[in-house]
Every structure is written in C-alpha cells, then in structure tokens.
Design a binder for this molecule. Structure first.
Ligand code: COA
Length: 257
C-alpha cells in the first residue's frame, strides 16, 4: 500500500531567499529546519520583513535569546510562505485563531505551524491539512515523573514506569513533543485536555496517536511521528489525513540535502 503523506525535511541554513522551494503537492509536507545561531546579517534580513506589529512584539521580549528566536523564526516563516504563494514577505497577512494559532490570511490553502526551542526552529508547511509541530531540547528534567503525572495520561505514565536515567528523559521528551504536536495541530491550546488522548512513547512510530476520547475514531485520522533533528533534540509532527488519502502503512520521511 502506498504512503498517504510524504514528509520532506530540509535545512534553511542561510537566508530563506536561498532555499529551493518546489511546487507543494497535496500529499507532501515540507518541514524547514532553521538553526537559530546565525550571522547577524541573517537576523537583520529577518527583522526587515516583520510587520510593525511583529516588531512591537519582538520589542516586548527581553533583549537576548527569546527576542532573537522570535525574529528569526517569524522572519524565516514570512519569507518562506511568501515564496510558496509568490508574494513578498511584507504583503503576507497572518491572522490568529481564537486560541492564538497563526494562520495565513487570504485565498490560500497553505497551512503551517512553527516551533522554536533553545537553538532550533521548525516550520511545517502543507496544503489543506491541519498540522502541528513541536521541538524540544532534551535536558535532564529532575521532575520528569512529576511532570508526567501532571500532563500525561494514565497510559502514558504507565509506559514511562519501567524506564530510568537517559532512557526515561528521552521517552519523556518524545511523549511531550508528540502531545504538543497534536495539540498544536488541533489548534485549541489548553482547551484540549491532555488526558483525553494517549500517545506512544516508543521510538519510530508513525501512528503515535494511540487513542482519543470521547471520539475514538479521531485517533485514526492522524499521522503523528517523530522528525529527524540534531542530536540532543526531539521533534514530532502531527498531520491530518484527508478522505482522499489511501490508508497508509507508513509515511515516507525524506531528509533533503
Ligand atoms: C501555546 C503553545 C503553542 C506554546 O507552545 P510552546 O511549546 O511553548 O512553543 P513552541 O515554540 O512549540 O510553539 C510556539 C508557536 O506555536 C504557534 N502557536 C501559538 N499558539 C498556537 C496554538 N494555539 N496552536 C498551534 N500553534 C500555536 C506560534 O507560531 C508560536 O510561535 P510564535 O509565537 O513565535 O509565532 C502550546 O504549547 C500549547 O497550547 N500548549 C498547551 C498544552 C500543554 O500544556 N502541553 C504540555 C506538554 S504535553
């Protein structure tokens, strides 16, 4: 059986203008990986394409990393989206859903989602599908079990029970990014209770959304899988299947150099 979705992961290491953008077919997800340690010239280019509202928002962050991360991520997002729709970054209009999810305004079927963490940003772009992405830097969370009890479902906590040390840390962040990616794809923020769905914590899953409540059929509507990112990070992507999709045994994941 053929895969329903092809996920292409690409680096955006220089300015977004130098990234090669190919026609985006409905069954393809483009994931752009942007390192956030870049020469100041790239940061200036990103700042230039921000709207006055976005510059104001950047100004509200304390000077330093959160501010730079926002500028680089939002500037890269604008420049990339503009290339996909054939406009200038400044012409693009973004609006926000009720729960704060940024959406491309206008007659476009492009959907996107963004995640940034210590040193790395990911931007996922697709046509006409709900999409969510999350990346986290793995660190020694002393309170991983307590956090799991607070945020994870009973089944997820059970999966973590037998683990310890580094294995526990990695499984914890794998679970966290998978849950976040799904929540972000749904776009409902904290109004979607985290205990109402279970994800797998095992590696190499492509249907990592195991169960949804109260509607069990919701789980089968999603591809939820990890993305290959730099050592020390974990990342996950949630993308909705459409009724046109052939039921897939796996999604194709390609790292495009
Ligand atoms: C609000 C939320 C998107 C913040 O995510 P985060 O991990 O702190 O940060 P990320 O870098 O991954 O994502 C932030 C980006 O997501 C996008 N975003 C904002 N609100 C969003 C929403 N409701 N849905 C989807 N994406 C959203 C924005 O592009 C934002 O970046 P920007 O502000 O620079 O444009 C999201 O995490 C959330 O609602 N979480 C609630 C669920 C929770 O508590 N999970 C605990 C772990 S299981």
């Amino acid at each position: 059986m053929s895969a329903s979705v092809k996920i292409e992961v690409r680096e955006c290491s220089e300015s977004a203008e130098s990234c090669v953008i190919r026609d985006l077919q409905p069954d393809i997800v483009n994931v752009w990986v942007r390192t956030l340690q870049v020469p100041s010239a790239i940061e200036s280019t990103c700042y230039e394409v921000l709207t006055s509202e976005e510059r104001e928002r950047a100004g509200r962050y304390r000077v330093g990393r959160p501010r730079n991360d926002f500028i680089l991520t939002r500037g890269t997002l604008r420049s990339l989206l503009a290339r996909y729709v054939g406009m200038t970054p400044q012409e693009l209009s973004l609006r926000y859903s009720e729960y704060g999810k940024p959406i491309l305004d206008g007659p476009f079927d492009l959907r996107f989602n963004v995640s940034h963490t210590d040193g790395l940003a990911l931007i996922a772009i697709v046509r006409a599908r709900e999409i969510g992405i999350d990346v986290e830097k793995i660190h020694a969370a002393q309170d991983a079990r307590k956090l799991a009890e607070r945020f994870f479902s009973v089944r997820e906590c059970h999966f973590l029970e037998g683990l310890s040390g580094e294995e526990l840390q990695v499984a914890f962040f794998r679970c966290w990014t998978r849950k976040e990616a799904y929540v972000k794809a749904r776009g409902e923020g904290l109004s979607l209770p985290l205990h109402q769905f279970d994800v797998s914590v095992a590696p190499n899953e492509f249907r990592a959304l195991l169960a949804t409540r109260p509607d069990p059929s919701e789980a089968g509507r999603w591809i939820l899988q990890d993305l290959p990112v730099s050592h020390g990070y974990v990342a996950a992507l949630a993308v909705a299947e459409t009724t046109d999709d052939k039921r897939a045994q796996n999604a194709t994941l390609t790292r495009v150099e």
